[in-house]
Design a binder for this molecule. Structure first.
Ligand SMILES: [Zn+2]
Length: 139
């Protein structure tokens, strides 16, 4: 993926993380931007609630895309920061999101994250972060 597209994804993740935050418990805002193979970008942030399970930014973005009928995904960018911090920091998907993303993406799916202090972009393949996945398949 070209650098310009990666920066666009990171900037969209930063934008959504600073807009309409719903992280009242952790005060840790996370933004995600998900790129489809058609070049459409879906964004999401973490949504926290009083119940048991809050929703991470990655799953928010993926659910927005899936409900619009998207089926083919290339990459996701994720950034995070404490609300009172000035810089975004590197963050990776939690275990639940790794499994969730793996069920709707192929083995080449990429994950980008960004440390705003050092200006360094990190990239990973989802299959390297989650080499084995749960599946409803009998062996
Ligand atoms: Zn997660």
């Amino acid at each position: 993926m070209d650098d310009k597209k990666i920066i666009e994804l990171i900037n969209k993740a930063k934008d959504i993380a600073t807009k309409n935050c719903c992280c009242k418990y952790s005060n840790f805002t996370v933004g995600a931007s998900l790129l489809t193979s058609d070049g459409i970008i879906y964004t999401g942030f973490n949504v926290e609630n009083d119940g048991i399970e809050s929703i991470c930014a990655e799953r928010t973005a993926m659910c927005k895309a899936l409900t619009e009928g998207e089926k083919d995904f290339v990459a996701i960018a994720i950034v995070a920061k404490k609300l009172n911090d000035t810089h975004f920091t590197k963050v990776l998907p939690c275990g639940y999101c790794r499994q969730f993303l793996s069920e709707y993406t192929n083995s080449n799916f990429l994950i980008y994250t960004y440390d705003e202090k050092t200006k360094k972009v990190y990239s990973y393949k989802l299959k390297d972060l989650l080499p084995e996945t749960f599946r409803f398949e009998e062996s």
